[in-house]
Design a binder for this molecule. Sequence first.
Ligand SMILES: C[S@@+](CC[C@H](N)C(=O)[O-])C[C@H]1O[C@@H](n2cnc3c(N)ncnc32)[C@H](O)[C@@H]1O
Length: 173
Amino acid sequence: MSYVHGYSEREAQRLQDQAGTLVDLLHRGTSYPPGARVLEAGCGVGAQTVTLAARSPGAHFTAMDRDEASLAAARRAVSAAGHRNVEFLNGDLRALPFADATFDHAFACFVLEHVPGPASVLRELSRVIRPGSTLTVIEDEASDPPLTAERASLPCGWPPTESVRHGAPGCGS
Ligand SMILES: C[S@@+](CC[C@H](N)C(=O)[O-])C[C@H]1O[C@@H](n2cnc3c(N)ncnc32)[C@H](O)[C@@H]1O
């Protein structure tokens, strides 16, 4: 399956530049406690992974993408940054190879807008995190087509760059 931006070196650099420019905005509210198991969905070349691993050194991350070359680049970036708390996995986010409630948290950044049928990814992410955990989804508000239906499928709507508390009555609280 094609990915709209492709997997060129230039695109890898764009992802790194984007992540670097937006690091405080994107990660301001995201840190995970020691021992937490966190799924990063659609890690690409690891542009967010490096920050996740650095900001939550005691958490254990599973970073997943379907593109092997991107995963290889992500492995190199994480290793070069000296982090040892990330494992990488090639797979399709629409059919996650994990049992229900495997993870304490999930994080996806600039991914849903690139997946045909993104609601299936949200369903899978919701399935593999345990009740009371967080699902952090960051998307470009200008995505085309807009992700209106997917927002509505979340328990409390979907404020961009906010974490929603999965399964809790007051989402985001
Ligand atoms: C725009 S990149 C974002 C990468 C990273 N999250 C970031 O912010 O730099 C989107 C990534 O989602 C991955 N992706 C898209 N659909 C996928 C799917 N169905 N399963 C796994 N990965 C997918 C692509 O391979 C690509 O690496």
